[in-house]
Write a protein that binds this ligand. Structure first.
Ligand code: AHR
Length: 515
């Protein structure tokens, strides 16, 4: 590796002063904070895929693995600590083949189906609407239901909404009562289809726009429940999809989704745990593409909706590596290293900048699938991934006031690509108690970064912190060594005359709290 540059306020200049290597300066504009970072930016996604639901979240009441009413107790407790604000379910591609009536009533009588999207696994429907919505209630999480448009009907979706949310006398509310739930659940987010351009029906945007209008008409607000209806949005760089939906659906939708996975080559995604330094920097270059992508989708939305009434929801994002050796094909089980932790921290830093339009993001997925928070095995083992630790360290930003910042740091060109990546990424917010939180990532594999931080408009005297780092960038947690990568107390920050100086070691993520 390669020639490095100084990046300042978006402009690059070739650096000649060796003394400036591995230094960065940040000005946090504490006096300019206005925008709230919605907690839903820290959303999660749970699909009937591999062992996300069965074996991950749910083992059933009769399992020898400790559980609370069928939910794995260890996983439940870890998720509670994470503060999951919103959980999207039941898919993904699975959602457009899911018939919700198969997942209610006595478990022994629920029909089985084949999960054709994900490995042909037999789905016994023992985890259905009640099991999902009760889990959300227990976790204090907002449910986000993804409805079947691809292979379902308007009537089926309308009845599902009624079943979940109707409070009075109605056929579906009565059926719910027969199945043991008297009061309706509160369900805010309703996705009308998923990836309707692909596994959700291979539609053209014009056709889907009409279908959205039709389906959403019959998804009613019952009692005090108010639905926030989300139209199935674009994949990655498909700006035309966003254009057509904004033009032809407009304010009939409350939100429009977007999906982006950090994959460079879908035919050869690369190993989750065996990669070179160049592969690592390339993965970060790709993940940072989300910045430009968000800007361009948002610019389209701004033209039709300058008052920003329609939200953008990035309801699937994250890493997607080759199938883990020895794992079941089609189950998308993958390990999670410090590289994934950086994809998470860099992505979250970017999301914070766009929260006047971006109101939700759901990493894929919560347990045992893709860039998961948690990995479990059938023997009762559980590990928290490096990505879990980033989400836990960052949860202080949920519903806090976003503080804009200027960052000047070295950046490096990425081999065999057009990307350059800054060595330092940062974000800051002020919470409701007045504490300032700054998250810093030093992506450099080799060198520490000396970071000088000026807090414009604030007078702080105390700093404490946590650090997530590892000896090697490919380090990860296993059932044998569950704490190989785990946060530790951080003492590398000093305050003097209102200026903060921080030494962030190579390949480290640091969370600072200031007051
Ligand atoms: O998250 C895995 C899959 O990725 C989802 O089912 C689908 O929506 C996307 O293509």
């Amino acid at each position: 590796m390669n020639k490095r540059f100084l990046l300042s306020a978006g402009l690059m200049a070739t650096l000649s002063l060796a003394a400036q290597n591995n230094t960065a300066t940040i000005t946090v504009k504490v006096d300019e904070g206005k925008q709230i970072i919605p907690k839903e930016i820290y959303g999660q996604f749970a699909e009937h895929l591999g062992t996300c639901i069965y074996g991950g979240l749910w083992v059933g009441e009769n399992s020898s693995i400790p559980n609370t009413n069928g939910y794995r107790t260890d996983v439940f407790n870890a998720l509670k600590a994470l503060k999951v604000p919103v959980l999207r379910w039941p898919g993904g591609c699975f959602a457009d083949e899911y018939h919700w009536m198969d997942g209610i009533g006595p478990k022994a009588q629920r029909p089985k189906m084949v999960n054709t999207n994900w490995g042909g696994t037999v789905e016994d429907n023992s985890f259905g609407t009640h099991e999902f919505l009760n889990l959300c209630e227990m976790l204090g999480t907002e449910p986000y239901i993804s409805g079947n448009v691809g292979s379902g009907s308007v009537e089926e979706l309308a009845k599902w909404v009624e079943y979940m949310t109707a409070d009075g006398e109605s056929p579906m509310a009565n059926l719910r009562r027969e199945n043991g739930r008297d009061k309706p659940w509160k369900v805010k987010y309703l996705g009308v289809g998923n990836e309707s351009w692909g596994c959700g029906g291979n539609m053209r945007p014009e056709y889907y726009a009409d279908l959205y209008r039709r389906y959403s008409t019959y998804c009613r607000n019952f009692g005090n429940n108010r639905l926030f209806k989300v139209a199935s949005g674009a994949s990655d760089y498909d700006y035309n999809w966003t254009e057509v939906l904004m033009q032809q659906v407009g304010n009939r939708m409350n939100g429009l989704s977007l999906h982006f996975y950090s994959v460079i080559n879908w035919n050869s995604k690369g190993s989750a745990t065996e990669f070179s330094a160049d592969d690592y920097y390339r993965a970060l270059g790709k993940c940072r593409d989300i910045d430009e992508l968000l800007k361009r989708h948002i610019a389209i939305m701004d033209r039709y909706d300058p008052r920003k009434r329609i939200a953008l929801l990035l309801d699937e994002w994250g890493t997607w590596w080759d199938q883990e050796p020895g794992s079941t094909p089609g189950h998308l089980y993958q390990q999670n290293t410090m590289r994934d932790a950086f994809v998470a921290s860099l992505s979250l830093d970017i999301f914070h900048k766009y929260t006047d339009r971006l109101k939700m993001a759901n990493i894929a997925q919560i347990v045992n699938v893709l860039q998961s928070m948690i990995l479990t095995n059938a023997q009762g083992g559980m590990v928290l991934t490096p990505t879990y630790h980033v989400f836990r360290m960052y949860n202080v930003h949920q519903d806090a006031t976003y503080l804009p910042l200027d960052l000047t740091c070295m950046q490096t060109p990425v081999a065999a690509s057009d990307w350059t990546v800054p060595m330092v990424s940062a974000t800051a917010s002020k919470d409701k108690a007045g504490k300032i939180h700054i998250s810093l990532s030093n992506i450099d594999l080799d060198a520490a970064q000396e970071i000088t931080i000026r807090l414009q408009g604030a007078n702080v005297t105390k700093v404490s912190g946590e650090i997530l780092t590892a000896g090697n960038i490919a380090d990860h947690n296993t059932f044998e060594q569950p704490n190989a990568v785990a946060p530790k107390a951080f003492n590398g920050a000093k305050i003097s005359k209102g200026t903060l100086t921080v030494t962030v070691p190579a390949k480290s993520i640091v969370a600072l709290e200031l007051n």
